[in-house]
Design a protein. Sequence first.
Length: 392
Amino acid sequence: MFDFNYYTPTKVVFGKNTESRVAELVKEFGGTKLLIHYGGGSVVRSGLLKRVTDTLDAAGISYVTLGGAVPNPHLGLVYEGIELCKKEKVDFLLAVGGGSAIDSAKAIGYGVANDGDVWDFYDYKRQAAAALPLGVILTIAATGSEMSDSSVITKEEGLVKRGYSSDYSRPRFAIMNPELTMTLPDYQTACGCTDIMMHTMERYFTNGGNMEITDALAEGLLRTVKKNALILCEDPGNYDARAEVMWAGSLAHNGLTGCGNDGGDWMTHKLEHELGGLYDVAHGAGLAAIWGSWARYVYKDCLPRFKKFALNVMDVEDVGSDEEIALCGIEAMEEFYRSIHMPTNLRELGVEPTEEELVLMAKKCAVGVGGEMGSAKVLNEEAMLSIYRASM
């Protein structure tokens, strides 16, 4: 195992009707003038946004609003939010929605609290020195951004999708009411479950240091999401299943399942970022479409981990060679994806890149990771292109 630091300062308020506590939490963490940042019309249509603003009005807390956050959130809206916050002297951010609204709010927080172009952080040119404090009312269990240090933004010019991580952006509080996820389309629920599992798997498939307790937590989380994702396919209104998935989403990306290892592999995410940037696909679906091709490319270099995954998560029988067991685990994972109506290749995802586009994505991915990256297996641009080709 490796030494590690574990830092999770977010106060979690979990359960039914917890959004009614937003005003007291904003006051607890010193907010006096808010930017409420949200996505499309769902938080408006559901009445959630009005409930939030009514609560803030009753508490005498002033605010301005900015909607429009989209999947693969855009840098242009981040710039708009930065200017609005400066103009209105906002001192606290409240994201109401899923990962897109939260990630966009994090970027706005960096932009307000630091001089210069906020994209510099996502372009790895410099590090943030501060961020506006942020609270979250979560409506989609997926990205784990409600407890993580990470955010991902897409720059429209060049369709470049990049992530940036800093403890400054960890939310001060996260309100999590599983009932708020019940209006989600089945596809978004399945995408969320996929993203949650992938955050854990990225940390699991490593060649650098592992702890038995961390592995047990990761495997239990994966089994729990797998089980409850199938329940939600049949019974979308099942509160307990939604609660399990929502809490798993936070635990999958707050650092817990990476304690003691080398930080994880993350190449499936990096490969998907180029798909999301170029084609604007749903993140979870993009991950599912690329994972099998990545796994088959790297599994021989990380065989003990793939065997353990097959036995402990996918319930593969311990029969045959280690390689046969590992491949059965990969196949079982792809069968699970299909069972929740997720794609297992790019054509099922609905995109058919040309060879030129595959080459472009590999080149951009290599640039984005600084040339090469990976823990299960280190991948360079040539390897990235091979995985993209195989995912067709």
